[in-house]
Design a protein around this ligand. Structure first.
Ligand code: M6R
Length: 369
């Protein structure tokens, strides 16, 4: 049942190209335009949306954070991401023009369900991004956009995360398409790139030997930091969460720009730090800014584990290790950059002799508040 892999998590990591591909499948017409009739929300209603709130927990919330950058950029609709348990009790501002998008693999997370119910009571339009057919959250929502990752057994989410990000991209690109004009043209170009991502993930999965080795040598590590910026910021936090869950190691993800506002005090000789580097063509010179961050922490003795695009030579002087990912457009990078972090956590957990699929104290779906 594990398809020749030692653990479900490893199997599910390798199913990621398919999870992304299947989530895109059947959602475009022959002209390459997105068709989302399955939502059963009228175009008028969607065009009326003036604000989006994403509610989710854990890894699903990090998918939501990635989505915020992308959807705001593509549609210019303001997007807020709220942890579902915080949203429910913070007297949220919601109107009939608010689209509340919940993200949940299981469709049974009580915190997320309560947030959706509350949003509906307040009059919002609710869409569920969900991986489990017939589960509670889609039933309690106005509409559902299923992720097609297939059943996810390992407690730590991997392929569902990639499928969630993909579904949110689809939703954002669809809203951009509805806006028409240059929004639609830009969306069409991104969609083309998105269709190439499954092959790139497969290629990346074929080059993870060094990551596995690095993890093996780090079995005694007590703390790992993760830095990212822009869409790489939620990926840094996801990398840290995977490590906490699977290897019981203290791990923290930061926005790279925050470094000098505090976290840089944590850097001491030998401190391992993963840095998720934006592609060199990311707007606003963010690539250069993150390269400077690597330089700063390296100068203080950090062990820099750099995740960078193929061909990015600027990181070379400051990296102790470089993990290469295939190039893609800046917003889509998370579908690639998170993969080495998943593989790292998996192999560190294995090196410590821990139960990869069933980490202590955790349940696959959290059905209590
Ligand atoms: O089933 P859901 O997507 O609603 O679950 C949300 C979180 O509980 C889940 O992502 C959790 O953080 C995972 N253990 C992450 O690996």
């Amino acid at each position: 049942e594990k398809g020749g892999y030692d653990t479900f998590m490893e199997k599910e990591i390798h199913e990621q190209p398919q999870a992304v591909g299947d989530t895109l499948l059947g959602r475009t017409d022959e002209d390459g335009r997105l068709v989302l009739d399955e939502l059963r929300i009228s175009e008028e209603q969607l065009k009326n949306v003036d604000r989006i709130t994403i509610v989710a927990c854990g890894t699903a919330a990090y998918a939501g954070m990635v989505a915020k950058y992308a959807i705001e950029h593509w549609t210019r609709i303001p997007v807020e991401v709220a942890l579902a348990h915080e949203f429910r009790y913070c007297d949220p501002i919601v109107s009939e023009r608010t689209l509340v998008v919940s993200i949940s693999q299981s469709g049974e997370t009580m915190d997320t369900l309560m947030a959706v119910k509350h949003a509906r009571e307040l009059g919002a339009l609710t869409v569920s991004v969900c991986n489990t057919h017939g589960s509670t959250i889609p039933r309690e929502s106005d509409a559902v956009l299923y992720t097609h990752a297939g059943p996810e057994i390992a407690v730590a989410s991997t392929k569902a995360f990639l499928a969630q990000i993909t579904a949110c991209y689809v939703l954002g690109l669809y809203l951009a398409q509805l806006r028409g004009g240059s929004y639609a043209d830009d969306a069409a170009a991104v969609l083309k790139d998105l269709h190439e991502v499954p092959d790139k993930i497969a290629e990346l999965l074929g080059s993870m030997d060094r990551v596995q080795e690095i993890a093996r040598f780090m079995a005694d590590t007590r703390s790992v930091l993760f830095l990212g910026r822009h869409v790489g910021y939620p990926i840094a936090m996801e990398g840290a969460l995977k490590l906490k869950e699977l290897a019981y190691i203290h791990a923290e993800g930061f926005a790279a720009g925050e470094l000098k506002h505090g976290p840089i005090a944590l850097i001491e000789p030998g401190q391992p730090v993963f840095i998720v580097v934006p592609g060199p063509d990311t707007p606003h010179g963010l690539h250069g800014k993150v390269v400077s961050n690597i330089q700063e922490i390296r100068a203080r003795g950090a062990r820099t584990l750099v995740i960078a695009q193929e061909g990015d030579t600027a990181v070379e002087p400051f990296a102790d290790e470089i993990i290469r990912v295939p190039a893609t457009s800046p917003m889509l990078a998370p579908l690639l950059t998170v993969v080495p972090l998943q593989v790292f956590a998996l192999h560190l957990s294995t090196a410590k002799g821990l139960d990869v699929d069933q980490p202590r104290n955790l349940a696959k779906s959290v059905t209590v508040e």
